[in-house]
Design a protein around this ligand. Sequence first.
Ligand SMILES: Nc1ncnc2c1ncn2[C@@H]1O[C@H](COP(=O)(O)OP(=O)(O)O)[C@@H](O)[C@H]1O
Ligand SMILES: [Mg+2]
Length: 462
Amino acid sequence: MKKILIVDDEKMIRWTLSQALKSWGYMPIEIATISDALETYANEMPQAVLLDIDLPDGSGLDLLRDIKREHPEAIVIMITGNVRVETTISALRGGAYDFISKPVHLEELKVSIRNALEAHELRQEVKQIRRERSSKFSFDQIIGDSPKMLQMLSLAKKVAESEVGSVLLQGESGTGKDLVAKAIHYTSRRADKPFVAINCAAIPSNLVESELFGYERGAFTDAKSRKEGLFEQAEGGTLLLDEIGEMELGLQAKLLRVLEEGVFRRVGGLKDIPLDVRVIAASNRDLKSESMEGRFRLDLYYRLSVIQIDIPPLRERDDDVLLLAKYYLETLGERVRPTKKFQGFSPEVIQIFRQYEWAGNVRELRNVVERCLILEDENTITTNYLPHNLLTPPGRSFVENTHDEDKEFSLTLPKDGISLEEVEDSLVHQAIEQCHGNQTHAARLLGITRDQLRYRLKKLPV
Ligand SMILES: Nc1ncnc2c1ncn2[C@@H]1O[C@H](COP(=O)(O)OP(=O)(O)O)[C@@H](O)[C@H]1O
Ligand SMILES: [Mg+2]
């Protein structure tokens, strides 16, 4: 039963209130003086307090402040015959939930208590959810011990603690950009405000603007009523602009203005609306070279890159790949194969994991481990069910030391010769396959430019 503390020096009033509270299903606790109110509060931890202002041994306003100082969550409803405006104001400033004048109208009190308790419960629930969420998206959830990751994480943590208004997050697909963006938001002082994300590549470019800024009624034919944009929805929080490299140049100019001036306009609107939103722009392309080639606005790039966080690709993270593999073995194992407990990975798998290029980064690793967890018959993860492309990396059969750039590799020419053109075509093909169609990456593997690769792809027999 919910306890409600009544602090009033008039016995008659305490009695009346007690009777009423009981009939509404609460458990009243009565006290007449300020002196032991704090202690009683701490002992009983009531859900709410009904507090008189004029008490024989002091002012209820002082008690209100003391209670709120020690229990900021406390719900205090002031009850008084003294209805001067200053008193009311100072009670509300002191954190009183409501203010009820004597003689107490019981229905009014009933509603006030009910509202207060409901609001309180809701707040507690929201807090609980946020607590769960912020532990789910904290930096602790980001696995990695390699120097490059530690350096990246230390920068990201500094950003989270700071008030910096915009950040550029760069990393190949699957390196953890989403994860880092959420960790920044949920460990920043913005954590209890919204985290909103938009993928600029997933929305037709002509709609991105109204998604971001909202629109006024009549801004265009379909605009029947005003619509809030994501900038407004994220007020006080963080807005993730994913794949910002895909944003139209015209809209990039508008975004730059918003970042510089801290105000925006709805589509079709005339009024500048101030905003308090941290923008995290994410890209899997190198925006600097994109802007050098005219595909991204240089001025926006400079603005965003004041604070730039680069997430290293998995192949540059030393043994993080093994750490992550183990992490997924444990966390996914329980979910996808609860009946089986795997011991670990076979030495051969470990060797392959270390050498593989991981073009899809952590996302690819996670999928590979998940697949093995589902299919493996042994008690350790073996090569039995590794996807084909991990087992036969390109050139492995005849190219040695592919991962040691200092050493020269050697090819053995078969006795009866081989067609050079076919070898080249096959290597191009394998590179594209290994990089899941990512041409920039494939070109790098082959040591040629992207244009050269494109040219070769064109003349590749199909
Ligand atoms: N360092 C990491 N530790 C744990 N999980 C990670 C890490 N990096 C990425 N992941 C996981 O890999 C997947 C892809 O990450 P995501 O943040 O969506 O990548 P991106 O946005 O860069 O494409 C997600 O399931 C994410 O939880
Ligand atoms: Mg992403």
